[in-house]
Write a protein of this length. Structure first.
Length: 236
């Protein structure tokens, strides 16, 4: 009996190891985004300096109305779908520095938690991203979005909430950092996720979802960024 339990445990550990390895492989090869980042580089000269850069995964990459939704703020869309915090860390200099932005808005953690990356690891990578940004641009404000809920990833919602709580703690540590809660607007009064805000995959937002998403982000950004936008427009 003891031998059977030992064998079962060994098999379980092997399976866990294989799953972890698979997750690591999906999150540890930033070169898969090389073409997307090259395209951003090629477009950099067409984008204004001193604007607000939004970078992160598909919730930004698929947000086709971002510039209109966030007007009058001047924004630079730099989302690349399927990415993780590790990818943003790897490409941080190219995603941010060419634009000399006054602010950066970051959305990651959705894919990370789905791939099984530990919340503490994600939070540690976020700290490194912030350090990279501030090493080059010490006055740049960084807005960190919580992980949004979705029908497709209910099984990792607990980990997503842990990750968001760590993001909030990090944002509270520095006046240049801000936390944006994009989770609560997608929850019903009973705490379950809304079921009419996603496209068929249960993950990406439909028009109604994007309207909620845009409002949650814009409401926070405008509190601080509106005055800088006015100053920029007046040439101050």
């Amino acid at each position: 009996m003891k031998l059977r339990h030992t064998s079962s445990l060994a098999i379980l550990l092997l399976l866990v190891g294989l799953v972890s390895t698979g997750a690591a492989q999906r999150t540890s090869d930033p070169s898969r985004w090389a073409n997307a980042i090259d395209a951003f580089d090629a477009d950099a000269a067409n984008r204004p300096k001193g604007a607000v850069v939004l970078t992160g995964s598909s919730s930004f990459a698929r947000w086709r109305t971002m510039e209109a939704d966030l007007a009058p703020l001047t924004v630079v869309p730099r989302g690349f779908g399927g990415s993780t915090m590790a990818d943003v860390l790897y490409y941080a200099d190219r995603l941010v520095k060419p634009y000399q932005p006054r602010a950066v808005v970051l959305y990651e953690g959705d894919n990370d938690t789905f791939y099984g990356v530990d919340p503490m690891t994600i939070a540690g990578q976020l700290k490194q991203v912030i350090m990279k940004i501030h090493a080059a641009l010490p006055d740049t404000r960084v807005y960190v979005l919580s992980v949004k809920p979705s029908l497709a990833r209910v099984n990792v919602w607990g980990k997503a909430q842990e990750t968001s709580a760590l993001y909030k703690q990090i944002a509270a540590s520095d006046d240049r950092l801000h936390f944006i809660d994009v989770a609560t607007p997608f929850l019903k009064t009973d705490g379950t996720v809304m079921d009419d805000v996603f496209v068929d995959d249960g993950l990406h937002l439909n028009d109604k979802g994007n309207a909620i998403w845009a409002k949650a982000i814009k409401d926070v950004l405008m509190k601080t960024e509106a005055k800088f936008e006015l100053a920029k427009a007046s040439g101050e």
